[in-house]
Design a protein around this ligand. Structure first.
Ligand code: NAD
Ligand code: UFG
Length: 340
């Protein structure tokens, strides 16, 4: 049996791009996803990109029997755990669903890994674990907190993984705290396909550009930031995908790594909208409205540790993020249902 990687949530936005990066780096992998927020048509796109999984398993990560069967069938050298629900507003309305899916899902996975003696995991954490940071750029040592059930679920999973490492230092664990992933694969074959009205800025901008939505609402222009709009650390999803390959390589011995994956550059909503319009030659109609509840003024990474520990650094700038996001949207007006 050949060593391979299990990708939970591998048909999702970040997982599918990571599949391409893994294939390019010579890894084989199996995808497990319950398709609760993705399409099986992603698999056709992965095939076009020479990044087909060894197998696709349509199952829930909380399904212990399926996990045991899978760990019996394949000799996994590690797991990258993307499977999770990620909508902050929804998590406030449905906390139990979020805790069950994200925390119980992680527990079931870790227990199955323990039964199978697989002790290497790369976990999708988030900059949300910093809450409203006291200062930017944010270092990994900053205090951790949560302001909603989604954020709490990520923090609880981090706690579980830290406790696990305390109990058994043979584990190889990477807690990757992503900042704001955007963009798409350069081919236009993979990208972000949110259901319904997008919550996040870039998919909303691309839908305004395509005429699907009339205008962008910019949530607040009275923040204490250079132009008054919110500042974030937007990161190209292919750079983020490479970060997972780098994390697997860095987990070459028992250790627990906690690493920010961001560019280190703060970009305002207005700067992103202006860059998108300039790069793609498409104006983005927008109106300033009230702040969105729960939003913070500024959030961007200190990415020093990623460079030191993973030998990883973001390569692609804001213009590429905007160009690739627009190519994906233009080529796929019906998302993954668009015929190839
Ligand atoms: P996504 O929704 O596109 O992908 C998640 C995938 O997991 C989906 O394909 C979904 O069907 C699957 N899934 C969810 N629950 C599952 C379950 N119980 N069993 C099996 N499959 C399940 O989201 P994404 O943007 O690719 O995010 C991947 C991970 O990264 C998530 O854990 C998310 O919380 C985390 N993250 C995302 C961002 C972001 O801005 N996109 C930022 C920080 C962290
Ligand atoms: N924004 C708008 N209009 C929109 C959408 C967003 O002005 O229609 C603004 C927000 O106010 C914010 C910025 O664009 O200033 C980015 O907003 P996103 O919703 O794209 O991203 P957030 O930083 O709010 O949240 C993201 C993830 C969360 C995660 C958080 C921290 O969606 O899951 O990063 O990692 F918790």
């Amino acid at each position: 049996m050949q060593d391979s990687i299990l990708l939970t949530g591998g048909t999702g936005f970040i997982g599918s791009h990571t599949a391409v990066a893994l294939a390019q780096a010579g890894y084989s992998f199996v995808i497990l996803d319950n398709l609760s927020n993705s399409s099986s048509k992603v698999l056709d796109r992965l095939a076009r990109l020479n990044a087909s999984p060894l197998a696709f398993v349509n199952a829930d990560v909380r399904d212990a029997q399926t996990l045991d069967k899978l760990f019996g069938e394949y000799k996994f050298s590690g797991v990258i755990h993307f499977a999770g629900l990620k909508a902050v507003g929804e998590s406030v309305a449905q906390p139990l669903r979020y805790f069950d899916n994200n925390v119980n899902g992680t527990l079931q996975l870790l227990q199955a890994m323990q039964r199978a003696a697989v002790q290497k995991i790369v976990f999708s954490s988030s900059a949300t674990v910093y809450g409203d940071p006291a200062s930017v750029p944010i270092q990994e040592s900053a205090p951790l907190t949560s302001t909603n059930p989604y954020g709490r679920s990520k923090l609880l999973c981090e706690d579980i993984l830290r406790e696990l490492f305390q109990a058994d230092a043979n584990w190889q664990i990477a807690l990757l705290r992503y900042f704001n992933p955007v963009g798409a694969h350069i081919s236009g074959l993979l990208g972000e396909a949110p259901n319904g009205v997008p919550n996040n800025l870039m998919p909303y901008v691309t839908q305004v550009a395509s005429g699907q939505r009339e205008f962008l609402q910019i949530f607040g222009n009275d923040y204490d930031t250079p132009d008054g709009t919110g500042v974030r650390d937007y990161l190209h999803v292919m750079d983020l995908a490479q970060g997972h390959v780098a994390a697997l390589r860095a987990l070459n011995a028992p250790k627990l790594l906690t690493v920010n994956l961001g560019t280190g550059q703060g970009v305002s909503v207005k700067q992103l909208v202006d860059a998108f319009a300039r790069v793609n030659g498409v104006p983005i109609a927008h109106r300033y409205v009230a702040r969105r509840a729960g939003d913070i003024a500024q959030c961007f990474a200190d990415p020093t540790k990623a460079q030191e520990l993973l030998n990883w650094k973001a390569q692609l700038g804001l213009d590429r993020m905007c160009a690739d996001a627009w190519r994906w949207q233009s080529m796929n007006p019906q998302g993954f249902d668009t015929p190839l």
